[in-house]
Every structure is written in structure tokens, then in C-alpha cells.
Ligand binder design. Structure first.
Ligand SMILES: *[C@@H]1O[C@H](CO)[C@@H](O)[C@H](O)[C@H]1NC(C)=O
Ligand SMILES: *[C@@H]1O[C@H](CO)[C@@H](O)[C@H](O)[C@H]1NC(C)=O
Length: 423
């Protein structure tokens, strides 16, 4: 029999093969063949028994590790040590050996997935959880306690995300901008207390939000266009950009209605503003053309620019007399140089093209040049008598006055003037 019914061992799972553990000896009060003869250990998967003959004839008993222990498989082993005598009938005693296998950090953490994926809107608030990583460690206690960390060192990931070292929650900490960076590769490490590690990758896709309005760039523009410009004359070239993606970045441009211009899409993102009708400075000398570009996001963002276009004058209008003909009276015996009346013509053009001069057209009255009867002031159109008239000699006469503008070439018109001499 054994003095104790059981014996406890605490053996590290890292114990090497060949390690020895002393066991209790059994006692048998009989002698000779009836005394203690042998021991038996069951089960014998991990340990073998070894007996040493002592000088006093007794036997020392130990068990020797022959197959390594693994706490992660079996944490507590229960063996039975049996001592047998040689008597007839054979008698035996048994003792229980309880072995607690002590943990060693022989297992690294293992992520549940090698790659995690997450998506986050570019306007997501700081603190938004992108995904959660998890890992397990077969070891016990501190050897199995995992802490997570981000290991990216060279890129901007560290300023954008962090990982909760206990829960594995990956959170947004920075300000995302889809237009700058569309995805992030975060390297996350799981480390147990003993320093064993595993790593995984978290791929975060940034989702575009319609946060950019179109930008309109004027590539070239004319501030002035001649009223004689042909239809389809290019006034302005415009480039429009929207850095958002998909519908958020799809842009359409248009201009205000009821103006003699159209906006044509010339190539991707390029528009030209062209005339689509005849221009007339005398009708409209200036246009404010508003180009509006809107994207197709929901809600849509738009921007606009206003171009002011001056229409420059062309001498396309002749002076026009206020009347189709003139008639005036003068009492005979007048003083020479007397002003009789004034003709007046207007010109719809601008500036020099509208500066009217009056010219007496050459003709003769009773064989005498008309210029010896009347003169016309070039600037004012005032008609003066050059001589004193005598009703008995001449009762009336005609002449023509031409109004000419200062354009190049000049335009002109003329009018008939009848002078009646009164008795
Ligand atoms: C164009 O816009 C300017 C500035 O707003 C304004 O002074 C001008 O009267 C406008 N012209 C036309 C033809 O509407
Ligand atoms: C005067 O005007 C008429 C048309 O109104 C034109 O036929 C004629 O040639 C003009 N005369 C001169 C001298 O310019």
C-alpha cells in the first residue's frame, strides 16, 4: 500500500523529454515472494516508470517524461500508480498521480481572418468604427492576453485610424477626403504578453460623398465682339471639373435663355460659348452671360460664372434725316448770312461712326452754283443765306443736303430742301 492516496505535480508543458519525477514508494509488510515486486503506471502515454535498486534492497520509483506535455490539449492528467506483490493471490495498492500542466507561451495569437474589409463615407465623423479585428491565442492567462496595434509607419494611416488595443475596434481618427485617397491598407498586429505576434490587413474603402461643386475655369475669353461677327464665332472656352466620382462628378453646363449665344460641348469637360445669331450693337450693346454648371449628385451642387461681353460698333447705319424733305421760307431783301433753318440727321451707330457732317450737294440754280445762294454749316446743319434774295428775280429753288457719318467707309443719305422767297 501507499502511504498517501494521491500525489500532485505541477509540470510545465515545456518540460523536456527525459525529465524525471520522483514518486512515493509503496510498502509491503510481507516478505519474500509475497513482498513488493513491481509497479505499474497507467495510462503510460506521456510517462514511463523507472525503478532504481537501492543499497538497502528497496526500489526507488520515478516517472520519466517520454512524450512532451501540451497544456492546450490536456491541462490535467490523472495517472494511476499500482504496486504489486508476488503472492498468490496477488495483492496490490494504488495511488493517484495528478499532474497539472503549467502553461508556457508556446502559441502565438492568430487573427480570425487575414484580411478585413471596411467602408467609410468620406464625411464620416471621427470615432466611427470601421471594422473590428479579432484574434485568439490558445495559451492561458497573460500568455494568451492579446493587445492590438497599428504597425504602419511610413504612410498617413496612423493619423487616420487607430485600433483599440483590447477590443480590436478600428476607428476613424482623422479627416477623410475621397478626392485625396480612396482606400487605406492598415496593418494590424496582435501581440500576446509573451511577445508572440500575428498580423492582418484591414482594407478600408472610402465612399465618395458629393462634397465638391464643379469648378469652372475660363480658358480664353473675349471681352468684346464685333456686331458683325458671324454666327458660330467662339466667344469663350470653358473647362469644368468636379473631383467627385460617378454621378457626383458628372457635370452639365448651360447658359441663361434668350440671348444670341449657345454653349457647345466640344470635348470631355470643355465647352465653347459661340454666337448663334446675328448681333446688333444698336439693339443690345452688352450681354451678361451666366454659365451654370451642376453635377448629378443628390443633392446636386452647382456653380456659375457671369461673363460680360461688350458688342463693338460697326458702321452699319447711315445718318437719317428727321424728315424726308424740308421746306423753308425767307422774306426777300434779307441780310446775307441770315440763318434760315436747320436740317438734322441722326445716326444710330456709336462715336465716330455716328458723327454726322452736313454737306451741300453741288447743283445750279438758274445757271449759278447753289453755293452762291446758301451755305450749310458742316457741324450744325444750319442753313445760311449767302446773298440777299429778290422775289422778283427768283421765287423758289431746290438743293440737296447730304449727311455723312465719320465711319470708314462713311455712310450717307441726302434730303431735298426747298426754299421759298416771300414777297
Ligand atoms: C451686366 O451686369 C452689370 C453688373 O452687374 C450691370 O451693371 C449691367 O447693367 C448688366 N448688363 C446687362 C445688359 O444686363
Ligand atoms: C440721294 O439719295 C438718293 C436716295 O435717297 C440716292 O438715290 C441718290 O443717289 C442720292 N444722291 C446723292 C447725290 O448722293
Amino acid at each position: 500500500f501507499f502511504e498517501k492516496t494521491d500525489i500532485q505535480f505541477r509540470i510545465s508543458e515545456s518540460a523536456v523529454v527525459g525529465s524525471k519525477f520522483d514518486l512515493e514508494r509503496a510498502v509491503d509488510l510481507d516478505v519474500g515472494i509475497n513482498s513488493l515486486q513491481s509497479y505499474l503506471l497507467k495510462p503510460s502515454d506521456n510517462f514511463l516508470l523507472k525503478l532504481h535498486n537501492q543499497a538497502d534492497g528497496t526500489k526507488n520509483v520515478e516517472m520519466v517524461l517520454q512524450k512532451p506535455l501540451d497544456r492546450e490539449k490536456i491541462e490535467i492528467l490523472s495517472l494511476a500508480l499500482t504496486a504489486l506483490d508476488g503472492g498468490e493471490p496477488q495483492m496490490s495498492g494504488t495511488m493517484q498521480i495528478i499532474i497539472t500542466v503549467l502553461d508556457v507561451n508556446d502559441n502565438a495569437p492568430v487573427f480570425t481572418q487575414p484580411i478585413y474589409k471596411g467602408t467609410v463615407a468620406e464625411n464620416a465623423a471621427k470615432g466611427t468604427i470601421v471594422t473590428t479585428v479579432s484574434a485568439s491565442d490558445a495559451d492561458n492567462g497573460l500568455n494568451g492576453k492579446i493587445t492590438f496595434s497599428i504597425t504602419n509607419t511610413l504612410d498617413d494611416v496612423r493619423h487616420m485610424f487607430d485600433v483599440n488595443e483590447d477590443s480590436g475596434e478600428v476607428r476613424l481618427t482623422g479627416h477623410l477626403d475621397y478626392e485625396k485617397k480612396r482606400n487605406f491598407h492598415i496593418n494590424v498586429r496582435a501581440r500576446d504578453n509573451g511577445g508572440l505576434t500575428d498580423s492582418c490587413k484591414v482594407i478600408v474603402d472610402v465612399v465618395d460623398i458629393n462634397d465638391n461643386e464643379p469648378t469652372i475655369k475660363i480658358m480664353s475669353k473675349s471681352a468684346i465682339i464685333s456686331e458683325s461677327a458671324n454666327p458660330n464665332t467662339v466667344v469663350t472656352m470653358i473647362n469644368v471639373q468636379d473631383p467627385d466620382s460617378g454621378e457626383n462628378g458628372k457635370v452639365q453646363c448651360f447658359i441663361n435663355d434668350n440671348i444670341p449665344f449657345v454653349l457647345k460641348l466640344t470635348s470631355n469637360n470643355f465647352y465653347s460659348l459661340v454666337t448663334d445669331n446675328d448681333l446688333d450693337r444698336e439693339r443690345a450693346s452688352e450681354y451678361n452671360i451666366t454659365v451654370t454648371c451642376s453635377d448629378e449628385g443628390v443633392p446636386s451642387l452647382s456653380s456659375s460664372v457671369t461673363l460680360t461681353l461688350q458688342i463693338s460698333d460697326v458702321n452699319d447705319n447711315a445718318p437719317v434725316f428727321e424728315r424726308s424733305s424740308y421746306e423753308a421760307y425767307i422774306v426777300e431783301n434779307n441780310t446775307p448770312g441770315l440763318s434760315i433753318f436747320t436740317v438734322k440727321a441722326r445716326d444710330a451707330d456709336w462715336n465716330q461712326n455716328a458723327r454726322v457732317s452736313y454737306i451741300l450737294e453741288d447743283s445750279s440754280v438758274n445757271g449759278v452754283p447753289v453755293s452762291s445762294y446758301v451755305s450749310v454749316s458742316a457741324e450744325s446743319g444750319v442753313i445760311h443765306a449767302v446773298r440777299s434774295f429778290d422775289y422778283e428775280q427768283i421765287k423758289n429753288f431746290y438743293f440737296r443736303v447730304k449727311a455723312q457719318d465719320g465711319g470708314s467707309p462713311p455712310l450717307s443719305s441726302n434730303v431735298t430742301v426747298k426754299i421759298l422767297i416771300q414777297d
